[in-house]
Ligand binder design. Structure first.
Ligand code: NAG
Ligand code: NAG
Ligand code: NAG
Length: 370
């Protein structure tokens, strides 16, 4: 961060430290706004859940308030109608023009989806109904990254690592002469990933985290091998200059959000409808304040940074890196400093309230497209 010169400092003697912290980036005026890409397994595949809906809706609310620029949403799973859910949510927020992509590799056969997927794709207005109508996610990633200022992009990875693997393995194309790895190193400043458990999840009998292994909900061997292989590849090939913040199973599981949509949002909101469908059909995963908040919390961290305002901090005394095996298990390897860390939860209520406040924020751009 650039510091203000002494003359400016003396001109503002009574400004509090907190106000100065807010003032400095504005005064500097050179840092580009964070551009946000959300890479989601919304509603379908081995780790299907409804918290992706909270993540995508919250990302739109953050963009509405100008605190980040939403650049693209990409789907990292196979079920075609999940792309229709993304389009329904973007339409609700007046963003029909936002790029959407979907994983088009052949490694995923898991076609399971939650009940809200068909409900939103069939019953809510949207220009796109399924993944056949959008480009390959790697094409969207490369196009958006190529156009972004250097080190300005935050990625919220809230599903499988399939798209990120394809991106890192990609070569030069019409969007950029750079390889995928070079493009990521040049353009991405932070990757916040809901993936794994920290510092490890290796106790005997403990399940692996789903986004790392793609192995829940009756996943077939081929789909799990694709998902686990992608995770191991991505976290051993991510350029070292990218800040990696892992958001573990143990963080989001303790934060609940989304129930408030029932009363704060109108019936015409697809964000609300997805949560109501989930509450009706998946009551085992529901609590009074709603669903676990793995994905929205990770997305807020990607877009807004780690802060007390989100009830989370980065780990301390955790110098080292995350090791991921091809079966999707992970553990933290203590050692030399890297640009990797993981989240610790300080206040679950603060985290949940930060998410709920965004979910209840009415769309501000809607009139432009309705
Ligand atoms: C995808 O949606 C389009 C437009 O509604 C439709 O014509 C097509 O049959 C759908 N494809 C699949 C695989 O559902
Ligand atoms: C961390 O990232 C910065 C760029 O943000 C880079 O200069 C530095 O070398 C990285 N540190 C390590 C240990 O890789
Ligand atoms: C820091 O971590 C190391 C190993 O990871 C441990 O041995 C040590 O006790 C920790 N120190 C503190 C102050 O927690």
């Amino acid at each position: 961060m650039r510091m203000l010169g002494p003359s400016v400092m003396t001109a503002l003697p009574r400004v509090s430290a907190r106000a100065m912290a807010l003032f400095i980036p504005l005064a500097a005026g050179t840092a580009p706004p964070t551009g946000l890409i959300v890479d989601t397994d919304i509603g379908g595949g081995a780790c299907m859940d409804v918290d992706d809906v909270a993540a995508v809706c919250a990302a739109n609310a953050i963009a509405d308030s100008g605190r980040a620029e939403l650049l693209a949403i990409v789907q990292n799973t196979q079920p075609p109608a999940c792309t229709g859910v993304i389009s329904a949510l973007l339409h609700h927020y007046g963003r029909d023009d936002l790029p959407i992509g979907a994983y088009k590799g052949d490694g995923l056969d898991h076609s399971g989806q939650l009940s809200y997927v068909a409900d939103l794709a069939n019953n809510f207005p949207a220009p796109i109904k399924n993944s056949s109508q959008v480009p390959d996610a790697v094409d969207v990633y490369r196009s958006v990254l190529a156009a972004a200022p250097d080190r300005s992009v935050a990625i919220s990875s809230i599903g499988l690592m399939t798209n990120l693997e394809t991106l890192l393995r990609s070569g030069p194309d019409q969007h950029s002469q750079l390889s995928g790895s070079e493009l990521v190193a040049k353009k991405v400043k932070v990757l916040a990933a809901m993936a794994g458990a920290y510092p490890n999840l290796r106790a005997p009998g403990v399940m692996k985290e789903c986004n790392m292994c793609g192995c829940y909900n009756g996943a077939d061997a081929k789909s799990s091998a694709t998902a686990g292989g992608a995770s191991a590849f991505v976290y051993s090939n991510m350029p070292a200059s990218v800040k990696l913040i892992f958001s573990g199973l143990e963080v989001g599981v303790n934060v609940r959000s989304g129930a408030v949509l029932e009363t704060c949002a109108p019936a015409s909101s697809p964000c609300r409808q997805a949560f109501m469908d989930y509450k009706r059909d998946n009551s085992g995963g529901w609590a009074p304040k709603g669903r676990c908040s793995w994905d929205p919390l990770t997305t807020l961290v990607a877009a807004l940074g780690v802060s007390d305002d989100l009830g989370v901090a980065e780990c301390t005394n955790c110098s080292g890196y995350n090791h991921v095996d091809p079966d999707g298990s992970n553990h933290w390897v203590p050692g030399a400093a890297t640009n990797q860390s993981y989240l610790v939860l300080n206040d679950a209520d603060v985290a949940g309230q930060a998410i709920d406040a965004l979910l209840c924020q009415p769309p501000s751009r809607r009139a432009r497209s309705e």
